[in-house]
Ligand binder design. Structure first.
Ligand SMILES: [Zn+2]
Length: 227
């Protein structure tokens, strides 16, 4: 279902080409993070968890401040996010975070909860993909777009886990994890009446910043500047 939805999303949105600096940056940062995740899972003896992952990173034209990763490694960054990330390192922080949600199966968990809550019986992948209700839930979980009325926020625990491993993956990819603090502070400053999508499902409050600070010493152990 992820692959179908991803292809559909790309055909209905304008992809920024790789001969554009930003388009190239998204692919470059993305593949560095993906490499780091591959190495981390290998080291942990969990390489099979990434089976079926076929990474793809695309920057699409959209004012939305958002980015997401579908299961299978299909990633989208919206151009509206770049004025907030401001630099390559902060982009690596966001990608590390979003990709962790995918590889840690957070979306799958949220999707099962939602299916249960709506009384939908899971009769197999094919049945799921053909059911418009399940496609709606899929979109609410994986690809929050302006067309989706309901946003499903990540739980605190999922957020914490995505921050934790996201920092480690960014650091392993050669990006300074400390950039996460000013980035999430910039995100928090964008709250208010109509917060960006990324903020709606990833609350950036004082608690998050505090936890990021607590995670920093561990993340910095993985960071070798100049990689
Ligand atoms: Zn998150």
């Amino acid at each position: 279902m992820a692959l179908t939805q991803y292809k559909q999303f790309l055909t209905t949105n304008k992809i920024v080409p790789v001969n554009n600096n930003d388009g190239e940056m998204v692919k470059r940062v993305g593949s560095r993070i993906a490499d780091a995740i591959g190495r981390y899972y290998q080291q942990q003896g969990l390489a099979e968890a990434l089976e079926g992952y076929n990474w793809e990173f695309n920057l699409v034209e959209s004012k939305e401040v958002n980015a997401w990763c579908m299961p299978g490694g299909k990633v989208v960054v919206y151009t509206g996010l770049l004025p907030v990330t401001q630099n390559e390192t902060a982009l690596a922080i966001v990608l590390g975070h979003e990709i962790t949600h995918a590889v840690a199966g957070h979306g799958r968990e949220r999707m099962s909860h939602q299916l249960l809550a709506q009384g939908i019986e899971v009769a197999g992948d094919i049945a799921l993909g053909n059911n418009s209700q399940t496609v709606d839930i899929f979109n609410q979980v994986y690809a929050p777009t302006a067309q989706v009325a309901v946003l499903l926020p990540y739980s605190r625990q999922h957020e914490y886990e995505a921050d934790h491993y996201g920092l480690i993956f960014a650091a392993m990819a050669g990006y300074d994890p400390r950039e996460a603090i000013p980035f999430w502070q910039r995100m928090a400053a964008m709250g208010g009446e109509k917060p960006p999508i990324l903020l709606s499902d990833h609350p950036a409050d004082a608690d998050r910043i505090k936890k990021l600070q607590d995670l920093m010493p561990e993340a910095l152990k993985y960071y070798k500047p100049g990689n």
